[in-house]
Design a protein around this ligand. Sequence first.
Ligand code: SER
Length: 342
Amino acid sequence: MRREVILITGANGEIGHGLITQIHKENRARVVALDLKPLDDCLMPYCERFIVGDILDKMLLGRLIAEYEITSIFHLASILSTKAEYNPEAAHEINVEGTINLLRLGVELSQWQGKPVKFIYPSSIAVYGLPNIESKRSSGKVREDQFCSPNTMYGCNKIYCENLGRYYSKHYRQLAKDPVKNTVDFRCLRFPGLVSAETIPTGGTSDFGPEMLHYAAQNVPYDCFVREDTRIPFMAMPDAIKALLMLEAAPMANLTQTSYNVTSFSPTAAEIEQYVRKAFPEAQINYAVHPQRQTIVDSWPADVDDSPARKDWNWEPDYDMRKAFEEYLIPAIRNRYSSSSC
Ligand code: SER
């Protein structure tokens, strides 16, 4: 009999770490994890199987159909916004072609298994493209349907994949003589910048938040690449994991849209610095603005409206900014840099 599992792509990334650990803690499901790079040793015992592989490898994905009963796919693999600007076509390949491959796998699994496979997709505040700083200041909490004209390759990829997900789940092969009976059940979260105590992001433009903290904790000087007054929404990693698992568990009948904003707190870079300095008074933080990265962050909203998520599936973050720093980030980060644990 095929083993019932969930599939996590990009397993070795920031969200993957948190998700695999939480699924293990809750004894929620068996995990098949996929990543281009070998999985961190500390996550290995939490996985039924780890595959070093590429989401562009269709043969590899196809083999999973025969081996496993996959009930949910958490498709986390992607190239983040700053890195994507250095090689937009490569980013498109991973972010879009990779996602199509996974959606196609989801459809085949759903048909094979006779019921929709849940497809949980993390999108981002990068889907927004506010035209200028004045509209960023005046637009308040941005809704899912506003300002969806991103200025980055990553943002373009994310908004397109949101649409692909909606297409694959609701309209796939709509003119075929034998319409597809079971297709993916696509559910998407638009994350703000994420801050984890355990991992440091690579290649994102919201990285100034987590970098400021991790550099200070290691007593390494940090040049923040955005202005002190730069404001975007952030969320502590445990809340991001909670949101993914809540959305996965939500009854389909309650969902009124396929993409949901989720958020927690919206500090300026200077407010993040204050919290970092409170914990690490010796922190060496300077501002050396990178004009293009600043422009990207200026096109992202200062805050987002997550009321549909609150209404449809009872979303509520556990961590406001004070609690995130004092009860999660600072204690866990002190522990991280004083021990070799992962
Ligand atoms: N963290 C992402 C990035 O900076 C945005 O969601 O690319």
